[in-house]
Design a protein around this ligand. Structure first.
Ligand code: ZN
Length: 136
């Protein structure tokens, strides 16, 4: 069981599963919502998620693929929380920073590395994809 919430405590949630994988996304949209660098995303099965407290705000946009993606955040303190999209309706993408134990996130790959700013460092040996990884 993993638990988490936002900086101010208005949002609380729990997830009755372990992350399926961990992704660092360097796309320009994730730079906006992370404050400059990458979004570190723990990927969970959506069915395992339960919101326990609060109501997140959802922002929808169109991804580079042309498909809709949504991102949510706490309306009080602005903490980035979750994202998802029609490409992967069974998955929930959870920002590592809103997990009570952020170490539950373990990075497995980097995506959208072509979009990373010049000062950003990716100094590990993990797989790196210039845009989205190939569909499985
Ligand atoms: Zn909050």
């Amino acid at each position: 069981m993993h638990t988490g919430g936002c900086l101010c405590g208005a949002i609380r949630f729990e997830i009755a599963a372990d992350p399926l994988t961990g992704v660092s996304c360097h796309c320009r949209d994730c730079q906006y919502v992370s404050g400059g660098a990458e979004a570190n995303i723990a990927v969970f099965p959506r069915a395992a998620f339960t919101l326990r407290q609060g109501t997140e705000r959802v922002y929808r946009s169109t991804a580079d693929s042309g498909r809709e993606i949504w991102r949510s955040f706490c309306p009080v303190c602005g903490t980035p929380l979750f994202s998802g999209g029609e490409a992967h309706p069974d998955l929930l993408f959870v920002r590592a920073g809103c997990l009570d134990d952020p170490s539950a996130f373990q990075r497995r790959l980097h995506i959208w590395t072509d979009s990373a700013p010049s000062w950003h460092r990716m100094d590990d040996d993990l797989p790196k994809f210039p845009k989205n990884p190939p569909e499985r």
